[in-house]
Design a protein around this ligand. Structure first.
Ligand SMILES: [Zn+2]
Length: 142
């Protein structure tokens, strides 16, 4: 977790600058697609934008937590102790107007140990805003 210059490369790996990519979403612009939301959440973990992670998790989904303070602390710790090396979007599928899935690979390490994983994430759009609903994680060997 480190402060990131708005003109640096976006942590999501889009090739755009942070300010022209995920930072705009962190500052309140709605994600136009589930994939854009996914990217912005990854970038939020990289920069430690804890409130954004919480705000973009479906409050009616299985991952919403009752105790916001504990939740925020866990996100902060994960963010601070993880090295975010790369995000690869493998597949983005629109199921219907308000439901989508994104398959991604996150290359991560913690204390020099590879903790990369793949996940198939489900997204739901409520009141016009995409939210992260749930995910099926597969640990990744490489
Ligand atoms: Zn980005």
């Amino acid at each position: 977790m480190a402060p990131r210059s708005p003109s640096a490369a976006c942590p999501c790996g889009s090739g755009r600058t942070f300010k022209r990519c995920c930072l705009r979403l962190h500052q309140g612009q709605p994600a136009t697609t589930a994939e854009a939301l996914m990217r912005s959440r990854y970038a939020a973990y990289v920069v430690g934008a804890v409130d954004y992670i919480i705000a973009t998790t479906d409050p009616e989904g299985p991952l919403a937590r009752a105790d916001r303070e504990i939740w925020a602390t866990e996100i902060r710790l994960f963010s601070a102790h993880t090295r975010f090396e790369k995000l690869e979007i493998r597949e983005a599928t629109t199921l219907d107007q308000d439901h989508a899935e994104v398959l991604f690979f996150a290359k991560l390490s913690r204390d020099g140990e590879d903790v990369s994983f793949s996940e198939r994430s489900s997204f739901v759009r409520r009141a016009g805003r995409w939210l992260y609903e749930s995910g099926q994680v597969t640990p990744h060997a490489t």
